[in-house]
Design a protein around this ligand. Structure first.
Ligand SMILES: [Zn+2]
Length: 267
């Protein structure tokens, strides 16, 4: 197990640090964001839920060995602690079963984002989801879909709405999408993109507001997210955000009214 272990472990570390240093180029802005030391400090203080990092550090040999040897052999391996089997899927590379093409929002079209633009997780078991983050694509629906399928882009959101109200889901809600430009906010949120430009409020059609509000209401119900502007925020409101979307043209009063209405209709 020794050599395999070492290789895989360094692979995991590499993957992790790659993500830490990942810039998040997003469709709405060309500027890269500088890495923030403050952000990392805050993450350390946050007292994360049983992190995969802790899990890996606590039982790296058993965990990574499991990926190589399979569950049975690993279970026989005296090195494995009881509870670890339960949490094994939290280790990168260990998948919790999920169905291809399955969506979290009925009616959404499934289009998979490149796996380079999100990170596998099992929210809300590993991270609590308590936020919805609203974006505007600065381009068309089609170009946003395309860019989220591009592994070089390094960013993608869970959902994208088209002007006619059609929605594509590109990342499962249980996974962490790179959309907020802030690791902590990515881990705790669902990202929703809207076709259009921040300086063209006419892009934000009634159909789109309504359909998006339906989704946000569902997210709030499912994840017990309060329907308020502390928990339903714009990308620009993410700490250290370099992006300005959804912009002044986004009608927050209207959107929140629609979300509240949809939320109480579903309650
Ligand atoms: Zn954005």
């Amino acid at each position: 197990m020794g050599e395999d272990w070492t290789n895989q472990w360094s692979g995991l570390r590499a993957a992790d640090s790659r993500e830490e240093s990942r810039q998040e180029p997003r469709p709405e802005s060309p500027q890269p964001r500088p890495e923030s030391p403050r952000r990392h400090r805050r993450e350390k203080e946050a007292g994360r839920p049983i992190g995969r990092r802790a899990l890996i550090v606590g039982g790296a040999a058993a965990a990574v060995g499991g990926a190589v040897l399979g569950w049975d052999q690993m279970a026989q391996d005296g090195a494995m602690r009881e509870g670890m089997a339960r949490d094994m899927w939290k280790v990168p590379g260990m998948r919790k079963p999920r169905k291809e093409g399955e969506v979290d929002f009925t009616g959404a079209q499934w289009v998979a984002a490149s796996s380079a633009n999100w990170r596998m997780a099992d929210r809300p078991a590993d991270y609590t989801i308590d936020m919805v983050i609203i974006h505007v694509t600065q381009g068309s629906f089609d170009s946003a879909v395309k860019v989220f399928q591009n592994p070089a882009h390094g960013a993608a959101a869970h959902y994208i709405f088209r002007k006619d109200g059609h929605v594509a889901q590109m990342i499962r809600e249980l996974d962490v999408a790179y959309h907020a430009g802030n690791r902590e906010y990515n881990e705790r949120s669902i990202g929703i993109e809207h076709e259009g430009f921040v300086d063209r409020p006419e892009d934000f059609t009634d159909e789109m507001y309504r359909a998006s509000a339906q989704l946000t209401a569902r997210l709030c119900a499912r994840h017990k997210i309060p329907v308020d502007r502390k928990h339903i925020i714009g990308h620009i409101e993410v700490p250290e955000a370099t992006h300005t979307d959804p912009g002044d043209g986004w009608d927050w009063d209207k959107y929140m009214r629609l979300v509240r209405a949809a939320r109480s209709a579903n309650a």
